[in-house]
Write a protein that binds this ligand. Structure first.
Ligand code: GLP
Length: 262
């Protein structure tokens, strides 16, 4: 696993956007580049950078197919807290990407299991995901794979923990009861099947999670720790998130990464 430590949030986002653009631009196969995407506050700066690059002609999304990580169950697209709304508002409405290339789980489906099975099939029909970008929750959850979700899980229905509903209540008038109690989410196995995984971890409130994921054991308690078993996983983080890793670990990654541009 690579851990790329950047001085602050803006630099972390710039680095991640440069990395994603480089991967898209290096893709020479006939089939589209398949990109997995998250919501949340963490990726917003990355989306802003990618939008700038798209407008500057530095990266094109014409041959990119996207799959989002998750969606709240029971929220219509038009709800300003649905992940469909978030993705269009923060990213898709500002880049040139064919609408048919965008895939987001349908939170209003009357057949959640079928919706999730079809999502997995569609990912497979493109030959899998080339690069999955993610963020994590303070408890280390990846997508909506809460603690103790199987590390081989596939796309499915997830119950949200009280902790996550409390954390996410900041977007729902600070009322955890207003946060949907279930979501549709790709599984940990869906993410780790991707050729590359890039997870953003920033801010003091993610310091415990970063330490668990980088220095802890592979454990379903911190589902993001499954990345330790991935051959091509990168964590991009900021200094603020490094408060709980040991000085040795911190120095190791600064040293090993010092000559890498991307
Ligand atoms: C939600 C999402 C996750 C996201 C997490 C962290 O629970 N389902 O995919 O990574 O929030 O969000 P933030 O980046 O706002 O801290």
């Amino acid at each position: 696993m690579r851990v790329v430590i950047q001085e602050n949030y803006d630099k972390m986002c710039k680095w991640a956007a440069d990395y994603i653009a480089d991967r898209i631009n290096s893709h020479k196969e006939d089939r589209p580049f398949v990109l997995g995407l998250p919501t949340g506050s963490s990726p917003i700066g990355v989306y802003k950078e990618l939008i700038k690059k798209n407008k500057a002609g530095e990266v094109s999304f014409q041959n990119v197919v996207t799959f989002n990580m998750d969606e709240y169950l029971g929220l219509p697209r038009e709800h300003d807290q649905s992940y469909w709304y978030f993705m269009h508002d923060e990213f898709f409405d500002h880049i040139e990407i064919p609408a048919e290339n965008i895939n987001i789980l349908n939170g209003m489906t009357d057949d959640p299991e079928g919706e999730c099975a079809r999502y997995e099939e569609k990912i497979a029909s493109y030959g899998g995901i080339d690069l999955f970008m993610g963020g994590i929750g303070v408890d280390g959850h990846l997508a909506f794979n809460e603690p103790f979700t199987s590390l081989t899980s596939r796309t499915g229905v997830r119950d949200l923990t009280t902790d996550t509903r409390i954390v996410n209540s900041r977007f729902f008038g600070n009322d955890p009861e207003k946060v949907p109690s279930q979501a549709l989410s790709v599984g940990i196995g869906t993410v780790t099947d991707s050729k590359e995984v890039l997870v953003l971890i920033n801010g003091h409130n993610k310091a415990r999670a970063l330490a668990a994921v980088v220095e802890g054991n592979v454990s379903h308690k911190w589902t993001c720790s499954a990345l330790q078993m991935h051959n091509n996983a990168i964590i991009a983080c900021d200094e603020a998130a490094c408060g709980e890793i040991t000085v040795d670990t911190y120095k190791y990654f600064l040293d090993i990464e010092k000559n890498e541009r991307l």
